[in-house]
Design a protein around this ligand. Sequence first.
Ligand code: BGC
Length: 747
Amino acid sequence: MASQLRVRRISSLSTALLFFAALFPAAAQTAEQGKNFPWMNSRLSPDERAALVVKEMTLDEKISLLHGTGMSGLGPVSPLAAKSNGGAGYVVGVPRLGIPAIQMSDAAYGVRMSGQNGRYSTALPSCLGGAASWDREAAYEYGALIGRELRAQGYNMSLGGGMNLTREPRNGRTFEYMGEDPILAGTMVGQVIKGLQAQHVIGDIKHYALNDQESGRNSVNVNIDERSMRETDLLAFEVGIRESDAAAVMCSYNRVNGDYACENKYLLSDLLKHDWNFKGFVLSDWGGTHSAAKASAAGLDHEEPAEIFYGDAYKKAVESGAVPVAELDEHVHRIVRAMFATAVIDDPPQKGVVDVVGGLDTARRIAEQSIVLLKNDHGLLPLDAAKIRSIAVIGDHSDVGMISGGGSAQVDPPGGNAIMPPGKGQTHWQEQIWFPTSPLKAIKAKTPRAQVLYDAGTDPAAAAALAKTADIAIVFAYQWESEGMDLDSLALPGNQDDLIAKVSAANAHTIVVLETGSPVTMPWADEVSGILEAWYAGSSGADAVANLLFGEVNPTAKLPITFPKSDADLPHPTIVKPPAKSSTQDGDTEAWKKIADGLPAFQVHYDEGLKVGYKWYDAEKKPVLFPFGYGLSYTTYAYSGLKVTPGNKVRVTFTVKNTGHRAGAEVAEVYTALPASAGEPPKRLVGWSKVKLNAGESREVSVEVDPKYLSVFNVDRNAWDLVSGDYMVLVGRSSDDLPLKESVRLK
Ligand code: BGC
């Protein structure tokens, strides 16, 4: 009787617990997480821990880790998605075994969807701006800030880390990537992910690979030879993954040499997992999975955003033997391992308040390091506030804000789109969003005694008339871009070229500040006195621009991308657009089904091969507007004493001297021309150092060159070869200004 009573009490207790758990699933999960499971021993390696827990999982639990729970408009949405934190992806986890859910958020230059979720996020300068700093510490800080804000908002995985090489600068996502050089882009993204993962957030690198245009991204087949892709786009990923130990890689929408990237055995298994020894997991871009068995065998670990192929269909494939259990286990192992490796299980995110003030400060400091001074005739800059009586600030919306990049990278400004009336600022897909960082106000704050006038520039003649009355005219010009579109041209849109031409004709002291995602052409470049490239400058953009204009900060950034003279100089005259049958229409409610089934392929040929960015202009002898690696300062630097020491890692030593009158930091760049027999473009970046120098100070700089960066990819041997012969090492200020040269024989 007594024992019967006890049984009843225990069962009613467990019913109560179950009831409690159903009502408060998070609490139930925390209790399990705290349990003393053997895999919770953090002294074991991530692999050991993952192996222990995967052994305990049922088939259904394993399958539940292989896919997200849906996103409206992109496939079926599961009722389980109700527990999502509001980000782009939600994976349920296995609470029974203490494995938490994965809460994913887009986070290219800040955490996305904060407006819609009633939260706040800092917008950093665009990723391309971050690359322009050439500063590894700034890149680490960039990632660390995003990591902290993700955690404060309840996420444990980022979908940032964009690093498609800019083969095509009209790509609408150029601002989300880190430029045209694989070593610069790979190194900088690597630091971003390192900084992010140090906050105990799963880092992701995307979009793997060759997703270099948005037009027809779900159907395009990219044709490129193996050597070219290994030395360009894929090298960027190789470097980024190696530097960061990224826990996840997102495969892209497009096909590469016939197969979709997300079911491409060469990309996912042979290269990423085997040759590069990547230990994390591969997730598909949203709607980028097209099969179960084929994708699984090729190396895709996880489908997003829904279970079209990696849910029931996958389970059946395992049960029928079409997918071996070992293959399933391998995918699950990688996902769980990533969670242990980044400590999202040991140290789950705690929701809290984002450090708004700290974020604004970090965003400003990084913006100051990312804004490139392109032109400064007769030392017009920095402006001397004490001497200026009047300034005309010209340009649409420069009275209220600065523009940001769109698509899934979009960060929501506090209070919504700054150019909308109060209460109407909610951000929308494919809409230009402005941050409330007002250049007009920031300039006024620097010049309390001057008259600061404003004109939107809608009527260029009227703006020029205003400019004529002022000591200085500053034109804020912009080019907006976003995921889901490409630019037709690198020309500034609308009447802006005409506006700048007219203003500069009216005022000899005209400065142009560019807010752009890609390079722009500048038919007026010779007519203006100063040009600053501010990219998309983020939450504190206006303060950063004003600090540079008025010399509180000395510019240090350099271009991570070439500015060509015209579209006609690009490798391809236009971007190949998808034929109607290879695309879906806006508003097509069944679009995701067609995408999942596979739209017919159309072809893009990257026959410029190795000649990406400056390598193209060098090889084709096309003069450019501003070369890769270029950027001015308010001081000057001299280079001397180059010494090249061969060895396992070639060591390049030289001296940089600050020959001007103020402190600064110089990005000293090292390039190499390979022996002619290597068949390479004229030169490539192989390293750099950002050197801080006081006025008059000299410093010896030493750059060690990774042998791979001097090598060529040998397709027959599937290995990198260091070609025997004479290598010319070139050192200097930009890809076009390399005063130091020394030849060295290698091998
Ligand atoms: C984008 C990804 C993004 C995903 C989730 C896709 O459309 O290509 O970069 O992470 O959506 O929002």
